[in-house]
Ligand binder design. Structure first.
Ligand code: MSP
Length: 687
């Protein structure tokens, strides 16, 4: 599966009228993921992003700030470049439309089109929206408002230069029909086709009189005008290849493979840019992909609503990789999505902290305990044989599913299927958890005659983690590095290691592991409804002093009979057995039973019976000390969903606080834990 084709991907260039928000981060992260992926596959990649610095919006923002437009742009540009660094976004070039070279190239193109009669001067009367910097026709405007931003429009009459866009209408329709990958997703392609087939395409105003807007690129054939913002901005996709190192690279990288854009600017790309390219005799990009928009807690994100999500804050509180993961996992690329910290907390806990993070930590703990901290031995082709199929069917299946995922990576990245890809990654993680639970390495470790089986299970778990780390690198670079480092590996991350299929068995036995911190701290909900990291590392001042949420009033004694309890030992019964105490439904309803997922478990020193569990209730984490240690090895419980009494008054057992009680069958001897046939989310009420 080698691929030597160059790959050129772009993001929109962002207006510098304000600091970057989650929408900007979204497209740029997605572009970074694709750039990283194809680079790892051995393609020559060029990833371009940058800033759209001309136009009315920037001029107005600068005037408001009382500085010259260039100073304003220079002050804001680092907000973008620094954010990209913090988000682990690594573009090959960063273009600013105020770059002198860009201006000259725009002028060259304008002159070319003017000389061939494709740009002409005309006078025009129409409804002008200052905010969107564009004219609307009579039929577009209702009640004097811009159809796009709903702000008042004004009637303006002025002479301007026009690009003969309309004459390319049929050619564009044909192009879209012949090239199914040109506009994606399919629904957007149909929208553009529908629009082009139902109305006559007009010509495009590409200039503005300097008297009204001076902050632009001067027309080379008329000093009284500057170019219209879209002409200037769209040209960036080619101009960058002419002067950004390694320049000139137009021949290598044009036409672009992917222009990633938001759905609101699809027309400008699919229609304006495509027809401009036709006029300039340049091939059209292979794909323009329009992604959806994020709302925030169900509302449109806007400054006036005060709900603009600052990516800087998100990465400070939740971490870069968790933020990158959430944006790409939560919503299929192309669809709209809703952003909330609650949803992000849920995803981080379920998929990352309890998923791959927990798998790494439990695997390495077992390797530390049972294999003196080195990767055990296992014959490379053992899993291909009959013996393995018979003894370890789940393990063989996990290995094969991982290979299938590897075989489908190209297809998924080519299809922008980030969300499905990440879902498959979490499934492969749970395959490993499942075979660990099934083959119980903690039991194998107790029997020296089963050493080979133990090594097989632990080697395989570590090898699956190594392979997964390579697959997730484009989305979560720091996590991939973290996994490899804890596995004791030295990987050359710059080499195109996905060029060939990743081979099973490359993990060398005898490698000394380096178990480190949890990859993903769990997120806790605080009393004020904020989210905080379990590690307490949150830096935002408003989060300081937050405590894990505790549930409402707690009856002093449980009203269900606990059999395996973290409750203090009660006195043995004396006298004749009493009739069972009857309670009313209201009394019963006071007991809050909830599902909880066991995140970690360890023995309480000097106690045969007590285990200290950390459990997740979805949005919070608890410590429970439970008397189930005679029945269960701690490792066997990790990942299990159990039932706890969630509103039991905290008690201390051997000096350790227990914030709840585990339900189990049995009397003084525990016979079995209450658990579920189906997968149930942690924190679900049990009645
Ligand atoms: N400067 C133009 C693009 C010129 S490209 C030659 C522009 N800039 S922008 O800063 O206003 O918007 C940039 C991108 O951010 C667009 O793709 C837009 O869709 C995206 N988003 C703005 N708000 C968004 C959300 N709430 N959600 C997702 N993306 C959003 O347009």
């Amino acid at each position: 599966m080698t691929n030597s084709q160059p790959f050129y991907i772009t993001t929109p260039i962002y207006y510098v009228n304000d600091v970057p928000h989650i929408g900007h981060a979204y497209t740029t992260i997605a572009a970074d993921v694709l750039a990283r992926y194809w680079r790892l596959r051995g393609r020559d990649v060029f990833f371009l992003t940058g800033l759209d610095e001309h136009g009315q919006k920037v001029q107005q923002a600068a005037a408001k700030a009382g500085v010259a437009p260039q100073t304003y742009c220079d002050n804001l540009a680092p907000k973008f470049t620094e954010l990209w660094k913090r988000l682990d976004i690594r573009p090959d070039a960063f273009i600013r439309t105020t770059d002198r070279e860009h201006g000259r190239i725009v002028q060259r193109y304008l002159q070319e089109l003017f000389d061939t009669g494709l740009i002409y001067k005309d006078s025009y009367t129409g409804w002008y929206c200052t905010f969107d910097e564009r004219f609307w026709t009579e039929k577009d405007v209702t009640d004097g408002l811009c159809p796009d931003c709903k702000r008042p429009v004004e009637q303006l009459s002025e002479s301007n230069y026009f690009f003969r866009m309309g004459q390319y209408q049929d050619r564009l329709i044909d192009h879209i029909k012949i090239h199914p990958r040109f506009i994606r997703p399919e629904s957007r392609r149909n929208e553009v086709l529908g629009f082009l087939q139902s109305q006559k395409l007009g010509d495009l105003s590409i200039s503005r009189p300097k008297a009204r807007l001076s902050w632009g690129i001067e027309l080379p054939f008329d000093k009284d005008y500057v170019t219209y913002v879209w002409f200037d901005a769209l040209v960036n996709y080619i101009s960058a290849l002419e002067y950004k190192p390694p320049s000139p690279s137009v021949d290598t990288f044009w036409p672009a493979n992917v222009h990633l854009v938001g759905k609101d600017i699809l027309t400008t790309h699919a229609v304006y840019w495509s027809t401009m390219l036709m006029a300039l005799h340049r091939p059209l990009p292979e794909t323009i992909f329009a992604h959806g928009w994020w709302t925030v807690n169900g509302e449109k994100m806007s400054k006036s609503r005060g709900n603009v999500v600052d990516p800087n804050k998100m990465l400070e509180v939740y971490g870069v990789d968790a933020f990158r993961y959430f944006l790409l996992r939560e919503v299929p690329f192309g669809q709209d999505g809703d952003f909330s910290e609650q949803a992000m907390a849920r995803r981080i806990n379920s998929d990352l902290a309890n998923g791959i993070g927990n798998l790494l930590s439990r695997t390495l703990t077992m390797i530390e305990r049972s294999c003196s901290g080195t990767i055990p031995d296992m014959p490379r082709d053992y899993l291909d044989g009959e013996d393995a199929r018979r003894k370890f069917p789940l393990l063989v299946q996990a290995k094969e599913s991982l290979k299938t995922l590897g075989n489908h990576l190209d297809e998924m990245f080519d299809g922008f299927e980030f969300s499905s890809f990440l879902l498959l990654v979490t499934s492969r993680v749970s395959d490993v958890d499942t075979f660990i639970d099934k083959y119980e390495p903690w039991k194998l470790a107790k029997d020296p005659s089963r050493r080979e089986e133990l090594d097989t299970v632990l080697y395989s778990a570590a090898e699956c983690l190594r392979i997964l780390s390579l697959y997730i690198l484009p989305v979560m670079p720091a996590t991939a590095h973290g996994i490899a480092e804890q596995l004791g590996l030295h990987i050359n991350w710059d080499s195109p290691f996905l060029k060939e299929s990743v081979k099973w068995g490359e993990l060398k036995s005898g490698t000394k592991i380096r178990k480190g911190n949890a990859l993903f701290p769990r997120v806790l909900v605080t009393e004020s409804g904020e989210y905080d990291l379990a590690s307490g590392k949150a830096e935002l001042s408003k989060l300081q002093g937050a405590k894990p949420v505790s549930d409402s009033p707690i009856p002093s004694r449980p009203t269900v009979a606990p059999s395996a309890a973290a409750s203090p030992a009660s006195a043995p019964p004396t006298g004749p057995p009493a009739a069972p105490l009857q309670i009313t439904i209201d009394e019963f309803m006071k007991v809050q039973l909830k599902t909880a997922r066991v995140l970690s478990a360890e023995r309480v020193p000097k106690s045969e019976k007590l285990l200290k569990l950390q459990v997740s209730l979805g949005s919070e984490q608890r410590q429970i000390v439970a008397g189930i240690g005679k029945k269960y090895e701690p490792e066997s419980l990790i990942g299990k969903t159990i039932v706890i009494v969630a509103n039991l008054k905290p008690a201390k057992l051997m000096g350790l606080e227990s914030q709840g009680m585990v339900l189990a069958a049995g009397d003084s001897d525990v016979r079995g834990l209450v658990t579920f046939v189906e997968e149930v989310d942690p924190g679900t009420k049990v009645k």
